[in-house]
Design a binder for this molecule. Structure first.
Ligand SMILES: [Zn+2]
Length: 417
């Protein structure tokens, strides 16, 4: 069983300004308290720099590493402190403490990488995370407790565009923002032993969305290097063909054969290594026969592999793993959160309706994956979208891993980040 989580946005017209402001203050206080009780310990770190080939000089520096208070006693005291002038339901304190720790954890990661200074993080966005303990769900109606027996917020998502897609799903945590609310729905899906993965083709990569492993990119730049190398030789020969038509004709034939063989060899290895990397998966592809509207030369097609190469990859894979096809229309231009049209610029996509922003290739593979599930074109996966991001931001800017075809071995090699 795999738990899938879809996130949808719905606007509201609640008057929640003071609630959001109070929660922002609460969260900041939690961060401040944890920061004040953070222990900084010195640690020796070894660095090196290169002097000539494979020779390094080493040197040590001392760094200060932060350790957050983790004892139950500290957490209990913190809870009591925060409760003192908190006018809303008590459960929000627990959600704020949890969120504060996760904000600090991501700040710590950035600090250790040298991307942040020692100063503690500041909460700039207004939002409230609502745990399921603060919600009462009846069908499509949700009642959120703000103050017990006094103040509630109510919503009904039965009129929303995504209703049909989630009506038998479980309602999860939600995030209230100034003008909208982000709803999450989850469902345990049985893949009958085979997980589906979505694959999107691009000029220099295959992008894969795997529901457990996330976004994985297969770097295809080597394939292009091979093609370009031979194209250059062939163009050179063609330009002088008139001088010795017969002799150059022989050479041209030789290089065409070599080009074809090298590419064939690459594609065979790609198919083998893909099937070894995901031996239990159903590979979901866009159905190229439905590509009529997108002729070669159209903008969408230019960013993709040539249709012939793509068909070859799919053909070779279909001998090794189960393959399914979905309608390719708008897979990289439909917003996974609100269903609107996405504007594409410089490899990224932006939704003007809900503010969603991500890498275009991630969205392509994700939408192919969701279409493969038959859930229709929408939604998100737990690790890659909202729920784990403390500030309600989407974290889908980088692939979880990048791999490359190993021309001498049997498995992909990982490309270091
Ligand atoms: Zn959107």
């Amino acid at each position: 069983m795999t738990k899938l989580v879809l996130t949808y946005r719905m606007s509201h017209n609640w008057n929640v300004n003071s609630f959001l402001k109070e929660y922002q203050r609460l969260l900041q206080r939690a961060i401040d308290e944890i920061s004040e009780n953070t222990t900084w310990r010195e640690k020796k770190v070894t660095h090196r720099y290169s002097v000539g080939s494979r020779n390094y000089h080493y040197y040590e520096t001392t760094r200060l590493i932060p350790y957050f208070p983790q004892s139950n006693e500290f957490k209990r005291e913190l809870r009591n402190k925060l409760l003192k002038d908190w006018p809303f339901a008590k459960h929000y304190i627990d959600s704020a403490i949890k969120t504060a720790y996760s904000i600090l954890k991501s700040w710590r990661g950035n600090y250790l990488k040298g991307k942040r200074k020692r100063a503690k993080p500041v909460v700039k966005r207004k939002f409230v995370r609502v745990k399921t303990t603060l919600m009462k769900v009846e069908g499509s109606r949700i009642r959120i407790t703000v103050k017990p027996r006094e103040e509630y917020l109510e919503l009904d998502f039965s009129k929303e565009w995504f209703y049909e897609r989630v009506k038998d799903w479980k309602v999860g945590e939600l995030i209230i923002r100034e003008n909208d609310v982000l709803l999450t729905f989850s469902k345990e899906v049985e893949f009958s032993g085979r997980i589906k993965i979505g694959i999107d083709s691009n000029l220099t990569s295959l992008d894969i969305f795997h529901p457990e492993k996330g976004w994985i990119r297969v770097d295809l730049s080597e394939l292009h290097r091979i093609a370009e190398t031979y194209d250059r030789i062939i163009d050179g020969l063609k330009s002088v063909q008139r001088k010795a038509p017969k002799r150059i004709g022989v050479l041209l034939k030789k290089y065409w054969t070599r080009r074809r063989n090298r590419i064939e060899d690459y594609l065979n290895k790609l198919a083998v290594q893909l099937s070894r990397e995901f031996p239990d998966a159903v590979f979901v592809f866009e159905d190229l026969n439905k590509f009529k509207m997108l002729q070669n030369g159209s903008r969408k097609f230019n960013r993709k592999l040539s249709r012939a190469t793509w068909k070859k990859i799919v053909g070779k894979l279909s001998y090794r793993v189960p393959v399914e096809f979905v309608n390719p229309a708008y897979t990289s231009s439909t917003c996974p959160v609100c269903g609107s049209w996405l504007e594409s610029r410089n490899g990224r996509v932006v939704c003007h309706n809900c503010g969603f922003e991500a890498d275009r290739q991630f969205v392509g593979s994700f939408n192919v994956f969701v279409r493969g599930l038959g859930v229709a074109l929408s939604g998100a996966e737990l690790d890659d979208l909202l729920p784990n991001e403390p500030r309600g931001e989407l974290n889908v800017m980088k692939p979880k891993s990048v791999v490359r075809v190993d021309l001498n071995g049997g498995r992909f090699t990982h490309v270091p980040p």
